[in-house]
Each structure stands twice: as structure tokens, then as C-alpha cells.
Design a protein around this ligand. Structure first.
Ligand code: ADP
Ligand code: MG
Length: 367
């Protein structure tokens, strides 16, 4: 029986092998929503965004640009269709992998919708609640095979390059330093950060709910609830096999990045201007890190931002990274969509192209 388990584990590792160490980029185009019709296009040039196959065509400022990604989801793609494409990646955290999934895009492009979905709406549930369900269900189904999992949650935001603990009521009280330290076995600790062991989807969801309510929201002219911070949801997943005592330690980071606004468009001044500058520099740093990793550069500038320093162990080595680039099909967002697609093209150039989807594994095929 133990031999069989080992064989299954090997099979899973091989399947996931080709996903390791490579960044994938998925593009998601969001549909027009009611609010869009009231805004005037920001440009007099005709613009159009068309998604076909793995490509996106953008006509903007009299130029035609084409982009290719590992996957393109049109405005018709449902939350379920998206989850089907990433559930294997999520599941690999149970097998000891370090996984990061980012949502990148301007404010209003659908990042939070992709990550969180709409609360109290089952059909529109996003990637975080779906991942929680999947992790707990799969963990349960592995119990009869001798695997016992411990799952811990931490939720933080990075605002103006400072960490805020979203699971602590007194996160704004001084004295907490939130120092990031990299410890052996490729893990990270953050001093003073609240880490809670959870035993059910419900427990984890209630923490998630609390955290999202505490997230910083600002009021730029782009969107009155625009999120100005990077939201980092982390599951630390440890599994031990009862008989073999074999241990696996995986991490799943699900990150709703701050909007990549342009200073001129968000008309921000003072504090908001500082925010926008900080956000843009940390996003640039993320892109630099990804590029340096893919080019196998000796120096990777992880330390240039809190976000990349925090995620260093999960971005380097054998980890798996997926970036959703969210763009809006709304014409008034054309210039931001252009910026996002250009950013994504750089990031995507780092990958080697996604292999065809593997045959779906049953949970019992896991560790
Ligand atoms: P962001 O987090 O990037 O600022 P949101 O996720 O808040 O953007 O999306 C802006 C609005 O568009 C929200 O009302 C959201 O519900 C809606 N929306 C975004 N993506 C989709 C989608 N794929 N399908 C339907 N509505 C969407
Ligand atoms: Mg948002």
C-alpha cells in the first residue's frame, strides 16, 4: 500500500513538474458593467479589444497590437470555468509546492471579482473561496490514505510598502514591526503576524470575510472603492503520512494586487499621489523579479519591495507562479488596458508556454 502511495506521488510530481519554476500568464477580459456606460471614452481614437484563442488584439491610438498568453478568458468565461483551469495548481500546494497566484490590472478591471467574487453569490464565487473548498475537500479525501493535514491562514495587506495584519484588531497600534525573515526549508516568518489554524472552510471563510472588511480602500476618481493595497491571502499547508511519517509543507498565496493606475488619470494629489507612486514601483519591482528569475540572473531584486521580499521563497526555485492580467472591455479603459497588456507581455515572455492541460487527477491520485 505504501509503495502504491509512493507511485501515485511520483506520478503527480511528474505531472506537475513541467509547471515548476515557470510563470504562467492568463488574461481575463471583463464584460461591460452598468457603470461603464456613464463614462466617456478617454480617447477620441477608435479602440477595440478582441479576444480569440490564446490571443488578444487591441486597437489603440491608431495602432494594432496583438498579444499571446498561456490562456485568454473572454468576457463570457464563468468563475467555474476559470477555476477548472487552475484547480490542479491549487491542489499542488497539498503536495508540498509553493504556489503564488496574482491578479494584476487597473482598478475596475475585475481583480477582486476574479479573486474573491461577489459575496453571498455562489455562482460568482471567486478563486479564493473556491480554492479553500478544494483544499479542504481534497485534504479530507486523503485522510483514508493516511495523510493528515494542518492548515493555517494569514491575511495581510501591503499598503505604502508597509505590512498590515488583517487578522488583528490592533493592527494599527504601534510597536508591531512585521519583520520578514526567511527561515530554512524555504519558508517565511513575519514577526507579530497573526496565523490561525483552521479546521473547516467555514472557519477560513469567516476570517477572510473579516479581513476584506478591514482592507484599505481609498477614493480616487477612478473608482470610489479602489483598492490601494496588495492583499495577500496565505494558506500554509502541512501534511504528515501516518505510517511513513513523510512530511510535506506547501504554501498557497492568493494575491489581489493594488490597481496599476496612471498618476494623471487617477488625478491623485498628496497622500494619494504617494500611494500611486508606491504601488507602481512595487508592481515594477514584481515584474523585475519575475524577469530576473526567468533569465536566471545572479541577482534577483527581491529586496526592492516588501511584496517581493515577503514572497521570495514562493517565487524562487521550484515554486509555481500564475498571473491573471485583468483587463476591461470598456473603451474608456483603453490606455490602462494597453499598459497592462504590455506589462503582461514582459512577464509572459519569461514563461516557456503552458503545456496542454493534463488529464484531471482524482484527489486520490494526490500524495
Ligand atoms: P478591481 O478589483 O480590479 O478594481 P472589480 O473586481 O471590483 O475590479 O470589478 C469591477 C466591477 O466589475 C465590479 O462590479 C465587478 O463585480 C464587475 N466585474 C468584474 N469582472 C467581472 C466579470 N468577469 N463578470 C461580471 N462582472 C464583473
Ligand atoms: Mg479590487
Amino acid at each position: 500500500h505504501i509503495f502504491e502511495e509512493e507511485m501515485l506521488r511520483k506520478k503527480l510530481s511528474n505531472t506537475i513538474m513541467d509547471l515548476k519554476g515557470n510563470i504562467r500568464v492568463f488574461c481575463r477580459v471583463r464584460p461591460l458593467v452598468l457603470d461603464d456606460s456613464t463614462k466617456m471614452p478617454s480617447t477620441s481614437y477608435p479602440i477595440s479589444i478582441e479576444a480569440r484563442g490564446r490571443g488578444v488584439d487591441l486597437s489603440y491610438n491608431g495602432q494594432n497590437k496583438s498579444y499571446m498568453f498561456d490562456h485568454v478568458f473572454t468576457h463570457e468565461a464563468s468563475q467555474q470555468e476559470i477555476f477548472v483551469e487552475i484547480e490542479e495548481l491549487v491542489q499542488s500546494a497539498l503536495d508540498g509546492y509553493k504556489v503564488c497566484i496574482f491578479a494584476y490590472g487597473q482598478t475596475g478591471s475585475g481583480k477582486t471579482y476574479t479573486m474573491m467574487g461577489r459575496s453571498n453569490d455562489l455562482e460568482h464565487k471567486g478563486l479564493i473561496p473556491r480554492s479553500l473548498e478544494h483544499i479542504f475537500q481534497t485534504g479530507q479525501s486523503l485522510l483514508p490514505h493516511g495523510w493528515v493535514y494542518t492548515i493555517k491562514v494569514s491575511i495581510l495587506e501591503i499598503y505604502n510598502d508597509k505590512i498590515r495584519d488583517l487578522l488583528s484588531m490592533d493592527r494599527l497600534v504601534g510597536g508591531k514591526k512585521f519583520l520578514i525573515q526567511h527561515i530554512p526549508k524555504g519558508n517565511t516568518t513575519v514577526s507579530d503576524l497573526t496565523i490561525v489554524e483552521v479546521h473547516s472552510v467555514e472557519e477560513a471563510s469567516s476570517l477572510l470575510h473579516k479581513a476584506t472588511q478591514r482592507r484599505s480602500v481609498g477614493r480616487t476618481q477612478m473608482n470610489q472603492h479602489s483598492s490601494r493595497s496588495h492583499f495577500v491571502f496565505t494558506l500554509r499547508i502541512s501534511g504528515v503520512h501516518e505510517t511513513t511519517k513523510k512530511q510535506v509543507d506547501g504554501i498557497l498565496n492568493l494575491i489581489d494586487l493594488a490597481g496599476n493606475e496612471r498618476l494623471s488619470k487617477s488625478k491623485s494629489t498628496g497622500d494619494q499621489r504617494k500611494e500611486t507612486t508606491e504601488i507602481n514601483s512595487s508592481l515594477l519591482c514584481l515584474s523585475n523579479v519575475i524577469t530576473a528569475l526567468s533569465r536566471k540572473c545572479g541577482h534577483v531584486p527581491f529586496r526592492d519591495s516588501k511584496l517581493t521580499y515577503l514572497l521570495q521563497p514562493c517565487l524562487a526555485g521550484d515554486s509555481k507562479t500564475l498571473m491573471f492580467v485583468n483587463i476591461s472591455s470598456d473603451p474608456s479603459s483603453a490606455s490602462e488596458s494597453f499598459t497592462s497588456l504590455e506589462f503582461a507581455r514582459n512577464v509572459n515572455a519569461c514563461g516557456i508556454g503552458i503545456p496542454q492541460r493534463q488529464t484531471k487527477m482524482l484527489p486520490s491520485d494526490s500524495p
